[in-house]
Design a protein. Structure first.
Length: 144
């Protein structure tokens, strides 16, 4: 029902590719187990601050995109997790029959995101691998 609206919002954004990467990061880190943390401090890996670092984006761009997509996303500040407001938007992003070329490829996003986190020294390789296995058990892989 809202698929055309979701597609329109993403396609018309001047930051289409970036918003898809940000949304992918939000999805990848959704429901992260509480034992995953950085340097002993719980981390919000879907916060604008972390997403900016992981994806190598300009400061404030992620907050700008969240503001642009305020009807679908919410966040308190740069240290708070970005939340997808509508479950149907999440379903849209993960189902290629609905989102087509806008589909989030959960495998590539997970591998990219956590290889960047590992390379930054935040996690050991076994912790990254265990999280990747967890992620694929929570979200089935739809996109190719």
């Amino acid at each position: 029902m809202y698929d055309r609206v979701y597609s329109h919002l993403i396609i018309d954004s001047p930051h289409r590719d970036t918003i898809l990467q940000v949304l992918g990061q939000v999805i990848v880190t959704k429901d992260m187990p509480p034992d995953i943390d950085a340097i002993g401090i719980p981390a919000n890996f879907s916060s604008p601050r972390w997403i900016t670092a992981i994806l190598g984006l300009k400061p404030d761009l992620v907050m700008q995109l969240v503001t642009e997509f305020h009807s679908l996303l919410e966040v308190g500040d740069e240290h708070s997790d970005i939340m997808i407001r509508q479950p149907s938007f999440l379903e849209f992003l993960l189902d290629p029959s609905r989102s087509q070329e806008l589909c989030i490829n959960i495998i590539s996003m997970t591998l990219y995101s956590f290889s960047e986190v590992h390379l930054s020294g935040q996690f050991s390789l076994p912790k990254v691998c265990s999280y990747i296995i967890f992620r694929f058990s929570v979200y089935p892989v739809y996109c190719h």
